[in-house]
Design a protein around this ligand. Structure first.
Ligand code: TXA
Ligand code: MG
Length: 318
C-alpha cells in the first residue's frame, strides 16, 4: 500500500480518506494517533491489523464537541454532575473518560467490554479533522503494539509507511505522553492510566479520586494493564536507589562484554516527559543494546513518566 503524505493544507482530502474507511495518522496534543471511523467495522479492523493489536484491547473514541459524549455513553443521572464538571474543566484536553457504552459502540471498539473510552483532544486541527470527517474517530496511539508511542511524524513513518492509507505531516506532539484514563463507570472514580493530566490536577475537582495500583493489586481493571508496553528493542533497566553510583558500575560491566549502553538521566533533561518516547526510539535507531534509566520521585507529572518507564523496563535495580 502506498502511504499518502498529507500536509495541514490537505485536511479535507484526509477527511475523505477517513470517510471512505481508511486509516490516517494525525497528532493530538498527547501523541500521534491512527484515526478511523469508529462506527465502520472494516475501518476499525484495519487499525487492529496495522498495529498488531490484540482484539480485546479497546480503542478510545475521539469527539470534536462535548455534547457528542451523550451520543456514545449512557450517563446515569447521579453521574451527570461529575461528568459536567470534568468535561467543563478539562476538555478539550488529555483526559479520557470511561463510561457505560451505548448500542452504537461495537464490541470491536470496546474490546468486548460494556464501557467505552471517550476523549476530546486539545488540538484545533485535530478537532477540525474530526468535524470534516463527520464521524466519531477511533484512535489508538500510532505505534506497533508494545512499542513506545509515536510523538513525531518520523516515528509514525518508521512504524506505518506502506501499512496505512495516509499520514498527516505535522509538528511534534506538545505533551508527548498519552491521556489520563479515568473510569467513572464505578462508584468511586479511578485513574486506570496516568497520563498528560496529573492526579493532583484531577483531585482538585474529584477529591475522592484514587489511582488503580496495578503493581500492588495485580487486578486488571483495563486491558491496557495486561499487555507489554512502551518497550524499545534495547533492554531497559530502571535504577531506583543510589542510581548514580550503581548505574556507572553497571555500564562499565556491560561495555566490557561489548554491549552498547545508553544512560538516561531524567533530572538532567528539560521537559523530560515530552521526550521519553522519542529518546527510547532514538536509542533503537542508534543500535543501543541497553538503556539504563534513573528513577524519579513519583509526584505530579513524574507519576505518569515513572509508570511508562516501569512498563518499558525488563529489570528494576532497587
Ligand atoms: O492520548 C491518548 O489517549 C492517545 C491519543 C491518540 O488520543 N490514545 C491512546 O490510545 O493512547 P491507546 O489505544 O494507545 O490507549 C488507550 C488505552 C488502551 O490501552 C485501552 O486498554 C484503554 O485505554 N481503554 C480503552 N477503552 C477502555 C475501556 N472501556 N475500559 C478500560 N480501559 C480502556
Ligand atoms: Mg497505546
Amino acid at each position: 500500500m502506498k502511504t499518502h503524505i498529507f500536509t495541514l493544507k490537505d485536511l479535507a482530502q484526509a477527511a475523505t480518506y477517513i470517510k471512505n474507511g481508511e486509516i490516517v495518522a494525525f497528532p493530538t496534543e498527547t501523541v500521534y494517533g491512527l484515526w478511523a471511523n469508529a462506527l465502520q467495522k472494516d475501518a476499525v479492523t484495519k487499525i487492529y491489523l496495522a498495529k498488531w493489536r490484540p482484539s480485546d484491547n479497546p480503542l478510545i473514541v475521539h469527539i470534536c464537541e462535548k455534547k457528542q459524549l451523550w451520543e456514545l455513553a449512557n450517563i446515569e443521572t447521579s453521574k451527570e454532575k461529575l461528568v459536567h464538571i470534568l468535561i467543563d474543566t478539562f476538555w478539550p484536553g488529555p483526559l479520557t473518560l470511561i463510561l457505560p457504552k451505548k448500542e452504537c459502540i461495537s464490541s470491536q471498539v470496546s474490546g468486548g467490554l460494556d464501557t467505552v473510552a471517550i476523549r476530546m483532544p486539545n488540538n484545533p486541527i485535530a478537532l477540525k479533522l474530526i468535524e470534516l470527517s463527520g464521524c466519531h474517530i477511533a484512535a489508538p496511539s500510532a505505534n506497533i503494539s508494545g512499542k513506545p508511542s509515536g510523538t513525531k511524524y518520523e516515528h509514525v513513518l518508521q512504524d506505518f509507511d506502506g501499512k496505512i492509507a495516509g499520514i498527516i505531516r505535522s509538528s511534534p506532539c506538545k505533551i508527548g505522553i498519552e491521556s489520563t484514563v479515568v473510569d467513572i463507570s464505578w462508584d468511586i472514580p479511578v485513574i486506570l492510566r496516568l497520563g498528560g493530566l496529573s492526579y493532583e490536577e484531577l483531585s482538585t475537582v474529584i477529591p475522592e479520586l484514587t489511582i488503580h495500583q496495578e503493581w500492588e493489586t495485580q487486578i486488571v481493571r483495563s486491558p491496557w494493564m495486561k499487555y507489554k508496553h512502551y518497550s524499545p528493542e534495547a533492554e531497559v533497566i530502571l535504577f531506583e536507589k543510589d542510581a548514580i553510583s550503581k548505574i556507572q558500575t553497571y555500564k562499565k560491566q556491560l561495555e566490557t562484554q561489548g554491549r552498547k549502553v545508553k544512560i538516561i538521566s531524567p533530572k538532567k533533561i528539560e521537559n523530560f516527559w515530552k521526550k521519553l518516547f522519542a529518546l527510547l526510539r532514538k536509542a533503537d535507531w542508534d543500535n543501543y543494546d541497553f538503556i539504563l534509566i534513573e528513577a524519579l520521585e513519583e509526584v505530579g507529572e513524574a507519576r505518569a513518566i515513572m509508570n511508562r518507564i516501569r512498563k518499558s523496563a525488563t529489570k528494576v535495580i532497587s
